[in-house]
Design a protein around this ligand. Structure first.
Ligand SMILES: [Zn+2]
Length: 417
């Protein structure tokens, strides 16, 4: 199982300059290769293979006066940049052919100097960790690392990331064995809410943390300040940096909090069931802000990754499942409930329901029924959904390994009368 371990790094001014040059070269190589493929596509020629492409945009290009500066940086990040382009194309082709699930993936796009996030990848040949704890990067030098926690094994690659607020990170991919926790009996259904963050079928309510609201207030203030500064002025640049730092603070705070919540839930329960919310669909409407704030998709992803790692199960109940309409007591389908309705009484059995708690109980029942009906029986390993690694986030996460996990689909079991 591939996990990512990210650490803040502190390159010197000289190393920053070298990194900036390498970011630039990797971007140029990526764009040159993309241009060749776009040309071929336009001219109706076959898709240029990566090996040939590498010779054109790296080896041969270095010998031309226009691209001679490519020779001034390490070759490993340039090759990795081409691999990234291959992955982007593969995702596109798989998406078109229907092999890849989820939202459609478009053709790769050209990278820009102004992209908010810059990154570089080194494979085993391009880096090593020195005895003194410094990270040696080929043609860059020994970079100081803040080892916030130990690396569990030898990493197979490292991605160097420069985030919009000017911080550098080293994100290592490490192959580790899953560490299954002792089994527990508890299973839980989770309803992700808007007024509270989530409600568990046990009755537990997870609230939106206040410190996050505070960080968001500071971000908003910084944004207002930025909008008042004259374009192109020095003060505007300063204000923009402040906004970027505030953004980073909000993202970090939210991530830390999500890690804590998901770790606790996975430790305490054997199986977790969630609704497959159409977060993208919701995000387009009025609920946009709260949806993004809540970070539901991240919450779900962290649960899935931790379940895979610790031998737990995450089941996803289909979005069409009417979790807020069914009575969790008697199974009666009581009809749609507008978001404003926080409490309702079942018209069949008369039980008074808290909207979210009732939904969480229905999700638990539907998830358990799905699991029992699934081929292979009720005992399933944790779910891991293949994803591209996005190294900018901190903390432990699955890398780009492909695991064929099972996801409960459909809402079997609950009578929908
Ligand atoms: Zn009822």
């Amino acid at each position: 199982m591939h996990l990512r371990y990210s650490y803040r790094i502190y390159p010197t001014m000289g190393q920053r300059a070298s990194l900036a040059r390498t970011f630039g070269c990797a971007r140029v190589v990526y764009n040159d290769a993309l241009a060749v493929r776009k040309e071929a596509r336009k001219a109706g020629r076959p898709y240029p293979k990566s090996t040939g492409l590498q010779k054109v945009v790296i080896t041969a290009a270095k010998k031309t006066p226009e691209r001679a500066w490519l020779a001034s940086v390490g070759v490993d990040p340039l090759i990795q940049s081409l691999r990234d382009l291959d992955t982007a194309y593969r995702n596109f082709f798989d998406s078109v052919s229907g092999k890849r699930q989820g939202r459609p993936v478009g053709l790769p796009r050209f990278k820009s100097k102004r992209d908010v996030r810059q990154s570089l990848r080194f494979t085993r040949n391009g880096f090593r960790i020195r005895g003194n704890g410094k990270l040696n990067l080929a043609k860059i030098g020994d970079v100081r690392v803040k080892w916030s926690r130990p690396l569990p094994a030898d990493p197979s690659s490292v991605t160097i990331v420069l985030d919009p607020s000017g911080r550098y990170y080293a994100s290592f991919v490490v192959d580790v064995e899953p560490e299954h926790l002792p089994e527990v009996d508890a299973e839980v259904g989770i309803d992700l809410g808007l007024t509270t963050y989530a409600v568990l079928s046990t009755g537990e309510v997870i609230d939106n943390p206040r410190f996050l609201r505070k960080a968001e207030k500071r971000l908003k203030a910084a944004q207002r300040e930025l909008s008042r500064k004259a374009k192109g002025s020095k003060n505007r640049a300063k204000a923009r940096a402040k906004v970027a730092r505030a953004h980073a603070k909000v993202a970090d705070t939210r991530m830390d909090w999500l890690h804590k919540q998901t770790t606790r839930i996975i430790r305490e329960t054997q199986a977790v069931y969630l609704e497959d919310l159409n977060v993208r669909g919701l995000a387009r409407g009025r609920l946009a802000k709260s949806v993004h704030d809540a970070g539901w998709s991240t919450f779900r992803r962290l649960l899935e990754e931790k379940a895979a790692r610790y031998g737990r199960t995450v089941g996803i109940v289909h979005r069409a499942f009417p979790s807020s309409q069914l009575c969790s007591q008697c199974g009666h389908r009581d009809g749609p409930k507008p978001l404003a309705v926080r409490e309702w009484a079942c018209s069949a059995c008369g039980v008074l329901h808290d909207r979210d708690l009732n939904a969480a109980r229905n999700i638990l029942a539907a998830g358990q029924a799905d699991r029992l009906n699934a081929p292979g029986g009720p005992v399933r390993p944790g779910v891991a959904i293949p994803r591209q690694a996005r190294p900018v986030e901190r903390g432990t996460r699955l890398g780009d390994q492909r695991t064929t996990g099972d996801r409960a689909a459909g809402a079997g079991g609950i009578p929908a009368r």
